[in-house]
Ligand binder design. Structure first.
Ligand code: CA
Length: 649
């Protein structure tokens, strides 16, 4: 039978070049019949065959699937020494092997499998034959799907996101700090080394996160990063189906997701479809010549992201941007290769389904092949219509950012299905506003103008807003350790349109003063996460008065925001800043919240007459932060460098 299969391959190869499509179709139908009859023969025979199992298979990816998914046509990547010498046979009424594809590298086989629409859960046996001897077997499980898993609600503007760098949060399991098979040893003295933080540490402290008022956790990447150095940050994937053992196991990741869910906290996974780590097994032994861009040798990306939208861009500039590697240790995946594209899409769906995720954050979004990103986002949102994905496009221009948002009608016809983007323009302009000189064109006019460009976005309420993240100076450092300015920022991001995100430790004024942009320093250990820390943010032990005060401030404002629909979905009206006093309203039905900022070094009296179009004849408001009722009928006293949140009664 193997001989017949070999003949078939020759037959295909010979006639594949024929241009007459009708004849081609006839040939393929005929081949299909032969293959089916061969497989049927095997169905009858398989139990009678000699079995000499010899562990040929090293990997099958995805390792399993679920019944009832929209995605039923799978492509399994099978990896093992000379695996392509063997003939896979599937004997199941729930799934059939449509075709097997060999590639240049004999260590790979791609199995195209179709799962039937009404498939039942089953452990499907895939037998690999060599001259009628079964040389290996793989149990491919078709699992039952959790009820309503397709309806999972993604993070949205009712949520506030807590960003955690897992290696630096809490060491909940010292046993996994040093994993023997991995290249890098732990070293807490090196701020770019492994410090031992892990998933157990986060699980142990979910109460703290819940208590602060966060409803979503975004973790920097947690997939295996078996790199020789700087593996702590997680952005160099070496196994797409395995949680890094220094963080825990796949099961523990799922546990974190489920335990978070019990507390009303959604989990967001950070994925990097653009590149893998240079220690990835499929980079070291690639299936074919075009699996990776610039596979023959490292070429750095030009970082010219403008080429994506530029109507004058040359082909070479587009290529140098999109196909270059992010850095030498991060080879650029060729998503134009259909097998790579399928691999990445299945991998994402697998994690969402497996870990019951509520969102994905996509690293280096515009560095990927943009048509692939369109397919990828479509596939995810098609499978999970209420899900959310946030993409990173680090641009200061809403024109560039809006290009990527779902429903955008673009000049080049590009269609995106990405619901959420990170609002870098607002982050940049608001940080500048707080620290600017008091000159014309400076200060609050900047975020005011940025918001005035919101018409560009199909859905500005779906932007992720943030004062900082793991890649930039800590917010407290950005505002030069000025607690008043810092609090103004927290109020701004907690009341502005969009989905707020704060980086771990912001709640206790963690800074990166020593070297503001140093990544290792920005991602400093969270106090209380290691037994030798002198202070503990979880218990409050050793925190300064300022730090405690800030923590309480976060807790208060985030919990106030939690069920406050007017902040989640309310209409936004802003009033142009005057004398560095800036304010906006959030309005929903009969609810109105007025947020006012005074950046001056002195207290100011704000005449409320200019705001009559909204406050009309309302006379009283509730000052949320100072917990008292105030008059708004004539004027309001604004303390120096302060923010006010007023619920108009
Ligand atoms: Ca650990």
């Amino acid at each position: 039978m193997v001989e017949i299969m070999k003949l078939e391959v020759k037959f295909i190869n010979k006639y594949l070049k024929m241009k007459n499509s009708i004849i081609r179709k006839l040939i393929f139908t005929l081949i299909g019949l032969i293959v089916t009859s061969c497989n049927n023969d095997k169905e009858l025979e398989i139990e009678n065959l000699e079995v000499k199992l010899s562990n040929k298979i090293e990997r099958v990816e995805p390792p399993n699937w679920w019944v009832g998914m929209k995605t039923r046509d799978l492509q399994l990547l099978v990896y093992g020494k000379n695996i392509s010498d063997y003939v896979p046979v599937i004997n199941s009424s729930n799934a059939k092997l449509v075709s097997t594809e060999k590639v240049k590298n004999k260590n790979y086989l791609f199995l195209n499998i179709s799962i039937s629409k009404n498939a039942e859960p089953e452990n499907i046996e895939i037998n690999f034959l060599n001259d009628n001897i079964v040389v290996d077997r793989y149990k491919f499980s078709l699992l039952e799907r959790k009820e309503n898993s397709s309806k999972v609600e993604g993070f949205n503007n009712s949520d506030v996101m807590y960003l955690i760098t897992p290696d630096r949060y809490v060491n909940g399991d010292p046993e996994n700090d040093d994993v023997e098979y991995m290249y890098e040893r732990p070293n807490r003295d090196n701020n770019r080394g492994l410090h031992g933080g892990d998933l157990q540490g986060i699980i142990n402290n979910l109460d703290y996160i819940e208590d602060l008022g966060f409803t979503t956790i975004w973790l920097n990447p947690v997939l295996e990063n078996n790199m020789k150095k700087s593996s702590y940050h997680g952005y160099s994937t070496t196994d797409y189906y395995k949680i890094d053992p220094r963080f825990g196991t796949n099961e523990l990741f799922k546990e974190l997701s489920l335990k978070s869910k019990e507390k009303g906290i959604k989990l967001v996974m950070d994925l990097i479809p653009n590149h893998c780590g240079s220690e990835h097994w499929f980079f070291i032994d690639p299936p074919m010549d075009d699996w990776i861009n610039n596979q023959s040798g490292f070429k750095q990306t030009s970082h010219n992201r403008e080429t994506v939208q530029d109507i004058y861009a040359s082909e070479i500039d587009k290529k140098e941007h999109a196909d270059g590697w992010f850095v030498e240790t991060m080879p650029d995946l060729n998503q134009k290769n259909k097998k790579m594209s399928k691999y990445l899409i299945q991998n994402t769906l697998w994690w969402i389904e497996y870990a019951e995720l509520s969102g994905i954050r996509v690293d280096t979004y515009p560095y990927s092949d943009k048509d692939f990103m369109s397919d990828w986002t479509f596939s995810v949102m098609n499978e999970y219509p209420n899900f959310n994905i946030v993409g990173e496009e680090w641009s200061d221009s809403p024109i560039v950012i809006s290009y990527w948002q779902k429903d955008m009608i673009n000049h080049d016809g590009y269609v995106s299905y990405l619901p959420t983007l990170m609002d870098f323009p607002l982050q940049i302009s608001f940080a500048e506003a707080l620290t600017d000189d008091f000159d014309w064109g400076k200060g609050f006019i900047k975020p005011y103008k940025t918001l005035a460009s919101d018409f560009l976005y199909p859905n500005p309420n779906n932007l992720l807003i943030f004062p900082d993240n793991h890649d930039m100076a800590r917010f407290y450092t950005q505002v030069n350790n000025d607690l008043d300015l810092f609090k103004m920022g927290i109020v701004y991001y907690s009341t502005m349109r969009g989905i707020p995100q704060f980086y771990y430790g912001t709640e206790i004024l963690m800074n990166s003063d020593e070297n503001p942009g140093d990544h290792g320093l920005i991602r400093t250990e969270f106090p209380g996460g290691w037994p030798d820390h002198s202070k503990n943010a979880f218990t409050g032990d050793g925190l300064s008065f300022k730090e405690q005060q800030t923590q309480s401030f976060f807790k208060e404002i985030l919990n106030w925001r939690k069920d406050n629909e007017v902040i989640h979905n309310g209409k936004l009206i802003q009033f142009a800043p005057k004398d560095e006093i800036y304010s906006f309203f959030r309005i929903l039905d009969d609810k109105m919240v007025w947020v006012i900022f005074n950046r001056n070094d002195s207290s100011k009296k704000l005449n409320t007459a200019r705001f009559k179009e909204l406050i009309a004849d309302k006379k009283i408001g509730y000052d949320v932060l100072n917990k008292k009722r105030i008059s708004i009928s004539n004027h309001i006293i604004l303390e120096k460098k302060s923010a006010l949140i007023i619920e108009i009664e």
